[in-house]
Design a protein around this ligand. Structure first.
Ligand SMILES: CC(C)(COP(=O)(O)OP(=O)(O)OC[C@H]1O[C@@H](n2cnc3c(N)ncnc32)[C@H](O)[C@@H]1OP(=O)(O)O)[C@@H](O)C(=O)NCCC(=O)NCCS
Length: 184
């Protein structure tokens, strides 16, 4: 899908949102900043195959992948994603030089539209309590705080070691049927 925007310092047809393919996995490491998530992202990629997850990327022609957003469609945590009505958005980021040009908003709206087509109604996400800029971004996009999370989770890093993350977060959610979605 080509994106239209009068603000971007690139031609609209240079930017596209698409499903991640295996060859993109390396690009998600952002020159080693996210190498620790290599195994985790590979596992998520496998779960896209049986329809439990979706991995969206934004590609800028001539540059490559500049952003990502993952969606968990079903989970053992039904308050986050139940495979039917409720889906969970995470690992949403745009590379720093490309922030503030509307790319993140377009990627979010694109994934919301996709979820609406799949007949999902509620979108949930967790945002770090120390990430007030992202919280404001979500509020502007119709998300409301619905709870809080200890934010304790773990993953196996690229060396095979378990890493524990503690990130106290706000739970936010949006009723995409009620609130509506901005067209891209
Ligand atoms: C949040 C994020 C995905 C938004 O993408 P984006 O392309 O910058 O978004 P847009 O250009 O559509 O909107 C920009 C708005 O996002 C807000 N924002 C949040 N975090 C930001 C950041 N680190 N840098 C720039 N803008 C940021 C800005 O306040 C801006 O609001 P404004 O237009 O009122 O100034 C992106 O800024 C990002 O990757 N941030 C770091 C990772 C992160 O916090 N992800 C969310 C985790 S829950």
């Amino acid at each position: 899908m080509a994106i239209n925007s009068g603000l971007n310092p690139w031609a609209s047809e240079q930017l596209c949102i698409r499903h991640l393919v295996r060859e993109d996995l390396k690009a998600l490491e952002w020159n080693d900043q996210y190498t620790q998530f290599r195994r985790l992202y590979k596992d998520i990629f496998h779960s896209t195959r049986d329809g439990r997850a979706i991995m969206w990327v934004v590609e800028l022609q001539g540059i490559g992948v500049i952003g990502q957003l993952f969606v968990q469609l079903s989970s053992t945590r039904h308050d986050l994603a139940d495979g039917l009505n409720r889906a969970y958005i995470y690992a949403f980021r745009i590379q720093p030089p490309y922030r503030g040009f509307g790319v993140g908003s377009k990627l979010l709206h694109f994934s919301e539209n996709d979820l609406l087509k799949r007949r999902f109604r509620w979108i949930t996400l967790n945002v770090g309590k120390d990430n007030s800029a992202a919280r404001r971004f979500y509020e502007r996009n119709g998300y409301r705080i619905s709870g809080e999370e200890e934010g304790e989770w773990s993953f196996i890093d690229n060396f095979g070691l378990r890493q524990v993350v503690h990130e106290p977060s706000w739970r936010m959610e949006k009723d995409i049927l009620q609130v509506g979605i901005v067209n891209n």
